[in-house]
Write a protein that binds this ligand. Structure first.
Ligand SMILES: Cc1cc2nc3c(=O)[nH]c(=O)nc-3n(C[C@H](O)[C@H](O)[C@H](O)COP(=O)(O)OP(=O)(O)OC[C@H]3O[C@@H](n4cnc5c(N)ncnc54)[C@H](O)[C@@H]3O)c2cc1C
Length: 478
């Protein structure tokens, strides 16, 4: 490391190299406290040339590096071990160009997601990627994890928002296709290889993103469902009745609402009687050809008549809409006050969401009587955060010791229903074992071949996403 440090000092300003333990802390701490970073060196390059020089220095000193954005990832992907260098992208935070006619903006990797949403809005455009961590996650991290969030139903995941990427590859070369083209069939789509690669194939330094017309109209409602199965019938009504304006369709269980109302300031139940299941939905449109208020009231009316929903609250102001969304966010925050929580980020075909929740809840309850399932999330795209709060009387540490065992019980159910053990958060370190267990061996072998071809020394975020190169990937052998 001393040789590398001296090379880094030639490349970067001293202020952009962190070796002090206290200063390093925010870069080492992992969100959920499941993993602990131990990196001795954090670098904060200010431009692409510096990123390239850092990568080349690491390459020649055979030192591995871990790209880091806002460090909000939930799978340990940005955690670095001792002897590894963290390359923090936060200083590459310029919007290079916003092209209103082309409906694109070219931005650097370290731009904070919420800032980009504002930048788009200022140009009367809309950038739809939206998630709970948007105030601190960075677009580079969003692309590296192919983030999802609350608008996937209408706009797709992060990868669908990208027209071009710039990245420093493991050999130190700069790959750049920041052209903003919507049609370009000239061979392999390399940007899509980098998106979702979690820092294992390149350091993303910039991207050209799609913009959409700014939605002038927006309406939000909370509906109480007859039962869990009704979430799917209600979704059908909402999709067919919304004329393509349905953006979000979020499932919330009663226990989640209770957690939010019990622990989070500003959260209160807007309905007079409690219900087992709720859906929070939002419609958005631009221009005045469509009236989202009328569309929503028709959707609710039809669903009431069909008996799929039993109550509903429609936000009549921006503040009320925010209050309803606060319940959705508060549900996550409130879980922290209910003791240990074992998390899952799964997806199944939308039609199978109720079956998955029923089956998985039964399985985990058999294993841990009194466990409190709190399944919530993006039911509109089949992605459920199947979070499990500990039984009230159980010791939290003893409960959390069951994390992996419970994960397998749940992920086995997911696999049986044709789903994925990682819907939107990625693999990182936390789901490497699942890659062995559930991922198609041919897919794993192709990934390993790509990794070897681009990063023969395995220096880019080693140990993340794909099993180590010399490890047996035969699931039967584990
Ligand atoms: C409260 C909360 C709510 C969340 N809600 C959602 C949600 O709804 N949907 C969702 O998908 N996620 C969600 N997340 C998870 C997280 O915010 C996303 O995964 C996000 O995309 C990570 O961005 P980041 O900048 O923090 O990346 P980091 O955590 O810093 O890094 C994540 C991974 O990307 C790699 N990486 C980061 N930057 C780069 C780069 N420039 N080039 C190459 N690789 C890079 C890292 O090496 C790591 O593997 C949530 C997290 C929190 C804390």
């Amino acid at each position: 490391m001393p040789a590398l440090l001296s090379r880094l000092r030639d490349i970067l300003d001293d202020r952009d190299i962190i070796t002090d333990r206290a200063e390093a802390e925010p870069y080492l701490e992992e969100r959920r406290g499941r993993f602990r970073g131990e990196s001795d060196v954090i670098v904060r390059p200010r431009d692409v040339a510096e990123v390239q020089a850092v990568v080349r220095a690491c390459l020649s000193e055979k030192t591995s590096l871990v790209p880091q954005g806002g460090n909000t990832g939930l799978c340990g992907g940005a955690v670095a071990e001792s002897g590894q260098v963290i390359v923090s992208l936060g200083r590459l935070n310029k919007v290079r160009h916003l092209d209103r006619a082309n409906n694109t903006m070219t931005v650097e990797a370290g731009c904070v997601l919420a800032d980009l949403q504002i930048r788009a809005r200022d140009a009367h455009r809309f950038f739809p990627l939206s998630l709970g961590a948007e105030g601190s996650c960075q677009i580079g991290g969003n692309l590296a994890t192919n983030a999802g969030g609350i608008n996937v139903l209408r706009y797709g995941n992060a990868r669908e928002q990208v027209l071009g990427i710039e990245a420093v590859m493991p050999n130190g070369e700069l790959f750049s296709d920041l052209h903003g083209l919507r049609k370009n069939n000239t061979g392999y789509d390399l940007k899509q290889l980098l998106i979702g690669s979690e820092g294992t194939l390149g350091v993303i330094t910039a991207a050209t993103l799609k913009l959409y017309p700014h939605p002038d109209q927006s309406i939000t409602a909370l509906a109480a469902l007859r039962d869990l199965q009704s979430s799917i019938s209600f979704l059908e009504y909402a999709q067919s009745g919304s004329g393509g304006t349905l953006c979000s369709f979020e499932l919330m269980p009663r226990i989640g609402l209770d957690f939010a109302c019990r622990h989070v300031v500003g959260c209160s139940d807007p309905m007079t009687t409690p219900h087992d299941w709720y859906v929070l939905l939002s419609l958005q449109a631009s221009g005045d050809a469509i009236d989202v208020e009328i569309l929503l009231s028709r959707i609710l009316e039809t669903a009431f008549e069909a008996g799929e929903i039993t109550d509903a609250v429609v936000a009549s102001s921006e503040q009320q809409a925010q209050d309803l969304w606060k319940l959705r966010e508060g549900l996550v925050e409130g879980q922290r006050f209910e003791g240990g929580s074992i998390k899952h980020d799964i997806s199944v075909p939308v039609s199978k969401v109720p079956e998955f929740i029923d089956r998985a809840s039964e399985t985990v309850t058999q294993r841990v009587p009194g466990i409190r399932p709190c399944p919530f999330g993006h039911v509109g795209d089949g992605n459920i955060h199947f979070n499990l709060s500990q039984p009230v009387e159980m010791d939290g540490t003893a409960f959390l010791a069951l994390w992996e065992e419970i994960n397998y019980l749940v992920h086995d159910q997911v696999a049986e229903l044709g789903g994925s053990f990682s819907a939107e958060h990625g693999v990182g370190i936390s789901k490497i074992d699942e890659m062995y267990r559930y991922k198609d061996p041919t897919a794993l072998a192709i990934m390993a071949t790509i990794k070897r071809a681009l990063d023969p020394d395995n220096l880019f975020n080693p140990g993340k996403v794909i099993p180590a190169p010399d490890t047996d990937t035969d699931t039967d052998s584990r």
